[in-house]
Design a protein around this ligand. Structure first.
Ligand SMILES: Cc1ncc(COP(=O)(O)O)c(C=O)c1O
Length: 413
């Protein structure tokens, strides 16, 4: 549904559009639909006992409860920042609390970085496809998006270098099991991208909400960890160009809205001022609860989620392998929540969704939503994080049959 514009809106805001896909997805909340659309954690896996205990502990302690409901500092709750620096250290990133700002989810981190860097027309490099929420939030600052395609090791270097020559403000990517394509940037590609970034002086914005959800192969160091090593080497340029964004949403629970930015303190100091101007600070009680459950349950949650989501991924991959017409290509993610489909030219993901919802009661997200420029319409994102394995298998079998029929009809035409 389109709404009339309101007089006086800025160009960035008046150009905002509700996505057609969001409208379509509203139709799929019916229980008979097998949905691969929602790229969200399974609420049945939330650590509700630990959350309950953490709330009780705070509320039963009068002094803690008073603090929990009071204003607090913009940088974030100090014990939570300390837990985050410990988490980062376990993953090879050396950072002090002064290099960490707590944000309202990774989403707010992306917003602040967009606000801090982008003036209208500035270049912003995105992988193609990219996380829809990043495209949307950077879009409000009216950059010139430069899209770089990916192969199965990540962004294609020759295209990335061409993009960096245009002196963009930053390169945004999700290195691990990216949303939407499920692709992981290989170690060799990370090193090469880091080298390019330093050669051209372009910041790398790495968004890492899924990094713990790995189901096979060893972990690959983040850009922040690799840059730490680079900065130890003689003759390095001394610049810290990597901005790391983390989140507790996928491992603990999204509703606490806890994310963070780890970066050069010169940048963090400015972002703290943005945080102050924007919403003063993240909810104090949420940060206290997040800190408690991070300490008590992060490791066990990671283990639990890996087991559950791996099983679902495996079921989806097995069904795709068995049933999907050979002309349809799909990714094999090492972790995360998403598998990406590429249909032969001529099959439009949005049209296919409308048919799938109506005829076979299956939903997914058409891939065209995930492009900052020049959408590829013959694509789709499947999420495997929700749903019982049996339903996943059934949904893929139905989708594969629909695709077989369509391809047969296309061949006959
Ligand atoms: C790649 C990516 N970045 C950021 C976010 C936002 O996460 P948060 O809940 O931490 O704001 C999401 C959520 O789906 C995501 O997929």
């Amino acid at each position: 549904m389109s709404h009339p514009s309101f007089p006086g809106l800025s160009q960035g805001v008046s150009e905002l559009r509700a996505s057609e896909i969001r409208e379509l997805l509203k139709l799929i909340a019916r229980p008979e639909i097998i949905s691969f659309a929602g790229g969200i954690p399974d609420p049945a896996l939330f650590p509700l006992d630990a959350i309950g205990k953490a709330y009780q502990a705070v509320l039963q302690d009068q002094a803690a409860a008073r603090d929990a409901f009071q204003y607090s500092i913009s940088e974030g709750y100090p014990p939570l920042r300390e837990w985050i620096t410990g988490y980062l250290a376990r993953n090879g990133i050396t950072a002090t609390s002064e290099e960490v700002l707590i944000t309202s989810g990774a989403q707010q981190a992306l917003d602040f970085i967009g606000r801090a860097f982008i003036e209208p027309g500035d270049g912003v490099v995105m992988t193609s496809p990219s996380y829809l929420g990043a495209i949307q939030v950077f879009g409000t600052y009216r950059p010139t998006f430069i899209s770089v395609p990916m192969d199965d090791e990540g962004a294609v270097l020759s295209e990335l270098e061409a993009a960096f020559r245009k002196q963009p403000k930053f390169f945004y990517l999700t290195p691990d099991f990216c949303n939407p394509a499920g692709i992981t940037t290989s170690l060799a590609r990370r090193r090469a991208i880091l080298e390019l970034a330093h050669r051209y002086g372009v910041a790398i914005l790495e968004d890492c909400p899924y990094e713990e959800l790995r189901y096979e192969n060893p972990r690959i160091p983040s850009f922040a960890a690799l840059e730490g090593e680079y900065l130890q080497q003689p003759g390095n340029d001394g610049r810290r160009l990597v901005i790391y964004v983390g989140s507790l949403s996928k491992v603990l629970t999204p509703a606490l809205r806890i994310g963070w930015i780890c970066a050069d303190p010169a940048l963090i100091n400015k972002l703290v001022l943005l945080k102050q101007a924007s919403d003063l600070h993240c909810s104090t009680i949420n940060q206290m609860i997040a800190c408690e459950i991070a300490k008590s349950s992060h490791a066990s949650q990671v283990e639990k989620l890996r087991k559950a989501y791996k099983e679902r991924r495996d079921v989806m991959l097995e069904a795709l392998e068995r049933c999907l017409p050979k002309e349809v290509r799909y990714t094999h993610p090492d972790g995360g929540m998403f598998i990406w489909l590429e249909f032969p030219e001529g099959i439009d993901g949005t049209e296919l969704l409308a048919e799938a919802v109506k005829d076979i009661q299956v939903a997914f997200v058409p891939g065209s939503a995930f492009y900052a420029t020049e959408p590829k319409r013959n694509t789709a994102r499947l999420a495997f994080s929700l749903g019982e394995p049996e339903r996943i298998r059934e949904g893929i079998e139905r989708l594969a049959a629909l695709l077989q029929n369509k391809l047969r009809a296309n061949r006959a035409a």
